[in-house]
Design a protein around this ligand. Structure first.
Ligand code: HEM
Length: 154
């Protein structure tokens, strides 16, 4: 029985073999779901590369038991994203779900119920970490969010 990491790697190789840059269908679907989010992006080309790569890395890292670096990277993501305002949780959730949907759409015969379950399992773990990181920053630095400056700084 292959591990989650093996199933996930096989589907990523299939996506690469298909010659598809995952970020393109992913951002198209995500912006279609949340059209008002488009304006928050200053540089979609640069950010779409990093957002897509890091999301994949984080899920794969969790599957490989590499919480040691995934945890701090998630903390960093939750902090830097506070600069874009109070991002609704539903958009985060759909970002992760759509990332996996797009892999499934592109991976062809490498996609299976097992591969789907592996990605969804690690996606749910990533969601739990992001929720915790967002809550931690809210506690540590309430007000440190775009548009929510304390009176003395505004
Ligand atoms: C696991 C989830 C996510 C990861 C790993 C991630 C990662 C990243 C990274 C690495 C960047 C580039 C930062 C830079 O180059 O300085 C970025 C930019 C950005 N992300 Fe995310 N992101 C995630 C989810 C989200 C979600 C759900 C939203 C919105 C609801 C969002 C909104 C943005 C925005 C607005 C930018 C700035 C783009 C720009 O100025 O062009 N991200 N993200």
């Amino acid at each position: 029985m292959p591990s989650d990491a093996e199933l996930m790697e096989a589907s990523l190789i299939a996506v690469a073999d298909a010659g598809v840059e995952l970020r393109h269908p992913l951002f198209a679907r995500w912006f279609a779901a949340w059209p008002e989010r488009r304006a928050t992006f200053i540089n979609v080309d640069a950010s779409s590369r990093r957002m897509t790569d890091e999301t994949l890395e984080m899920m794969l890292g969790l599957a490989k038991g590499e919480e040691l670096w995934v945890g701090p990277l998630v903390d960093e993501l939750a902090f830097t994203h506070r600069s874009y305002g109070r991002l609704p949780w539903a958009e985060y959730e759909s970002w992760i779900d759509l990332t996996i949907d797009c892999i499934g759409d592109t991976a062809g015969t490498a996609w299976s119920a097992e591969a789907n379950a592996a990605w969804r399992r690690q996606g749910e773990r990533l969601k739990v970490l992001i929720i915790a990181a967002r809550e931690d920053w809210d506690r540590a630095m309430p007000g440190h969010i775009l548009g929510e400056l304390p009176e003395v700084l505004s």
